[in-house]
Write a protein that binds this ligand. Structure first.
Ligand SMILES: C[S@@+](CC[C@H](N)C(=O)[O-])C[C@H]1O[C@@H](n2cnc3c(N)ncnc32)[C@H](O)[C@@H]1O
Length: 367
């Protein structure tokens, strides 16, 4: 991402052009281009694709051409530019899906299509567009753009965005869940509770990996839990409704492990303390709180200027779409734990960052 030293102006030009990366990826995923380009390896013309996707042909061509540059499709070579009827010719240009484009298919095992779409949803994109005003005023982008305190208020107003967001989170949990499940012997627990657990994907992966664990509960807001299909009677996964800013319901008390994935980074320190207080109150004696999140700087292990761009993008997203949300360094995590009467626990290998990226976690216990 760094500007080439030999031509700093070209470096800035590259930065300006990089807006197309998110927008084209979002549009490509939302249009379902990857599914329209099946079976894999088959070329289709822009005209055919426009008809399948009910899209405007010239606009689609220009997006696909850029998607080619970004590595999602390959545009087949041809003698098109010499033709006089440029628009008709472009309609005839042929595209094939690349392995990277395959990731955005509906049936890809990671369901990553949904996680990629989250970044382009209006709730995210329009809040991020306010970054300048956020920096000037300290107000989150979602407040400036929509008058909302945080992302979840916005999602509740739009069922389609809410579903894409929840699917995106499911996709993310699918990718991280196995690493988390392998990072701790959950089979010695009787009850694991995932607070803010969305559709229960993370807990389900832990239950699958640890057949000896009798019960996993995913707790989330009523607005989300009410949208989920009923579970089979004998399911070891259960759902609970609750607000993590209030005392949590009796059904989740006595947890050997409270998991929270991508929760703390949504909130400022004072809100995190309230959440941690409520989670601490439901722990069984000897219980642990496991926050599945990135630790800022950990993977780079170096100076702030060299933090991975993905971490920075996440941090600025939290700044934009949530109320004082942020990614945290290990020192920040330590302070957060102490504020709620908790302490960080080292993993068996002696590290305060458990697991491995992208499934790292910070583990806490009451002092
Ligand atoms: C960033 S998502 C993470 C979801 C899930 N843990 C994952 O990583 O896939 C945050 C979750 O917190 C839930 N949430 C937000 N505010 C909440 C509240 N006050 N009480 C309970 N859950 C809440 C949201 O509904 C959402 O599912």
């Amino acid at each position: 991402m760094a500007a080439p030293l030999s031509d700093p102006v070209a470096g800035v030009q590259d930065l300006i052009a990089s807006w197309v990366r998110v927008k084209v990826t979002y549009t490509f995923a939302r249009l379902n281009v990857a599914d329209a380009l099946q079976p894999t390896g088959t070329a289709k013309t822009c005209q055919e694709l426009a008809s399948i996707l009910e899209a405007h042909e010239d606009s689609l061509y220009r997006v696909l051409r850029t998607a080619g540059q970004l590595g999602l499709v390959t545009e087949e070579a041809g003698d098109h530019e010499s033709d006089t009827d440029m628009y008709a010719v472009r309609g005839g240009r042929r595209f094939v899906l690349t392995p990277m484009g395959e990731v955005l298919k509906e049936d890809h095992p990671t369901q990553f299509k949904y996680f990629s779409m989250v970044w382009g949803l209006p709730a995210h994109a329009e809040s991020q567009n306010k970054l300048f005003e956020t920096v000037k005023t300290g107000q989150p982008g979602c407040k400036l753009a929509f008058g909302a305190d945080h992302l979840f208020q916005l999602l509740d107003k739009d069922p389609m965005e809410h579903e894409i967001f929840n699917q995106g989170m499911t996709s993310h949990s699918n990718m991280q869940g196995k690493i988390v499940a392998a990072s701790y012997d959950f089979s010695k627990c009787k009850k694991v509770v995932d607070v803010g657990g969305s559709k229960g994907t993370l807990v389900q992966l832990i239950l699958d990996a640890h057949p000896g664990l009798p019960l996993g509960i995913s707790l989330d807001r009523k607005e989300l839990i009410d949208t989920l299909p009923p579970l089979p009677a004998n399911s070891r996964l259960q759902f609970a409704t609750g607000d993590f800013f209030e005392p949590l319901p009796e059904s989740v008390h006595g947890a050997d492990v409270v998991l929270m994935k991508f929760i703390m980074h949504d909130w400022g320190d004072a809100d995190c303390k309230r959440i941690l207080d409520n989670c601490k109150a439901i722990l069984a004696p000897g219980g642990l709180i496991m926050c599945v999140e990135m630790v800022m700087g950990e993977t780079a292990g170096a100076a702030p200027g060299s933090l991975p761009i993905y971490q920075q993008a996440m941090d600025l997203t939290m700044l934009s779409v949530l109320k004082r949300g942020r990614e945290r360094t290990l020192k920040d995590w330590d302070g957060l734990a102490a504020s709620a009467g908790l302490k960080l626990i080292a993993s068996p290998s002696g590290s305060y960052v458990w697991g491995q990226a992208p499934g790292t976690m910070v583990v806490m216990q009451p002092v």
